[in-house]
Ligand binder design. Structure first.
Ligand SMILES: NC(=O)C[C@H](N)C(=O)O
Length: 345
């Protein structure tokens, strides 16, 4: 039986048109999608039955906020039983945040959710929009059960959604998951990999979600010169519940500055959860490798292991949206909720 798929068009370059201010989202894509895939000749598998919904307003993904993730996840969950899979068309700028977010915010599991976009608009010569869209639909219709999860399909790659990161603003293979293997490759054939199993069901109970304050989470990338004053100023924000420190290498930072370490301790004493993630694309936090990282552990910060900054941000917004308190959040951060981290065995 042919699969029933829902395509949700949220905006992004894939459907943009030229305006006097530059490229901007346009609603015409939905008609193109139906015409393109309706014939079925474009697909190698049985043509699926497609429904297309255009999210209002269409946005450049640089305007995405946590409330948009909750809305999108809610839309998918509200019709979860009516479809066999979902394709989300999205801008590339924050695509890896949304694919990570959906892996947490969609609390139902068992159906593929494929997120894709394009580097050039649909109507442009040499655009990747058509091929990415067709590949995403095909993957949604044929993803093997053991790989079923939120995926990014882009260019030649099929990636775990919460491991993906944007690595290029120019190449058609714009995304990679450097901290974990790919789920598959798209060439003449679509080849799925055997090893990367699907994430297990959320090991925390599904909960009602409320939109968190945008300033409940901060992602702070360390750089030479970062000062304790800046840290303290950030932590004065009364909405702040989680501070993610994007540290060097294996979780290192300027902890030999006593004021810096004191500022981290003060934040934690206030009930702010401090999570340390790594800057390099393939980075893994090991608090016991360098003294410069060890101090973070001593201060009470949590190691994000190999979680990407995108997955760290969205996981924290999810836990806050689900109403967990700081002690619970600290505990849950050490658990892989949707395959976003590799836990040491
Ligand atoms: N390629 C793209 O989709 C970029 C666009 N600014 C967006 O993220 O919506």
């Amino acid at each position: 039986m042919s699969k029933r798929l829902l395509i949700l068009y949220t905006g992004g370059t894939i459907g943009m048109q030229h305006t006097e201010k530059g490229l901007a989202p346009a609603p015409d894509l939905a008609a193109n999608i139906s015409a393109l895939i309706g014939s079925g000749r474009t697909l190698a598998s049985d043509p699926p039955q497609l429904s297309v919904q255009t999210v209002d307003p269409l946005i450049d993904s640089s305007d995405m906020r946590p409330g948009n993730w909750i809305e999108l996840a809610g839309r998918i969950e509200s019709v979860y039983d009516q479809y066999d899979g979902f394709v989300v068309l999205h801008g590339t700028d924050t695509l890896a945040y949304t694919s990570s977010a959906l892996s947490f915010f969609i609390q139902k599991r068992g159906k593929p959710v494929i997120v894709t976009g394009a580097q050039l608009p649909f109507g442009y010569p040499r655009s990747d929009a058509r091929s990415n869209l067709i590949s995403a639909v095909e993957v949604a219709a044929t993803l093997p059960e053991h790989l079923t999860q939120v995926c990014v399909v882009f260019g030649s790659r099929i990636l775990r959604g919460n491991r993906a990161t944007k690595i290029s603003a120019r190449a058609y293979d714009a995304f990679a998951s450097p901290r974990v293997g790919e789920l598959g490759r798209i060439g003449i054939d679509i080849e799925f990999q055997g090893q990367q199993g699907a994430p297990l069901p959320l090991p925390v109970n599904a909960r009602a979600l409320s939109i968190p304050a945008d300033d409940a989470v901060v992602l702070l990338r360390l750089y030479p010169g970062i000062s304790a004053n800046i840290l303290r100023l950030i932590c004065q924000d009364t909405n702040l519940q989680a501070l993610i420190i994007e540290a060097y290498g294996s979780g290192n930072g300027p902890v030999s500055d006593p004021a810096f370490t004191a500022a981290i301790r003060e934040a934690i004493a206030k009930g702010i959860v401090v999570l340390v993630v790594s800057q390099p694309l393939d980075g893994v936090v090991h608090f016991d490798r360098y003294a410069a990282a060890h101090e973070f552990a001593g201060a009470g910060a949590v190691s994000g292991l190999d979680i990407t900054p995108e997955a760290a941000v969205t996981k924290l917004y999810y836990l806050i949206a689900a109403g967990y308190d700081s002690r619970e959040i600290k505990d849950i951060l050490s658990v892989s909720l949707a395959g976003e981290m590799h836990l040491p065995s």
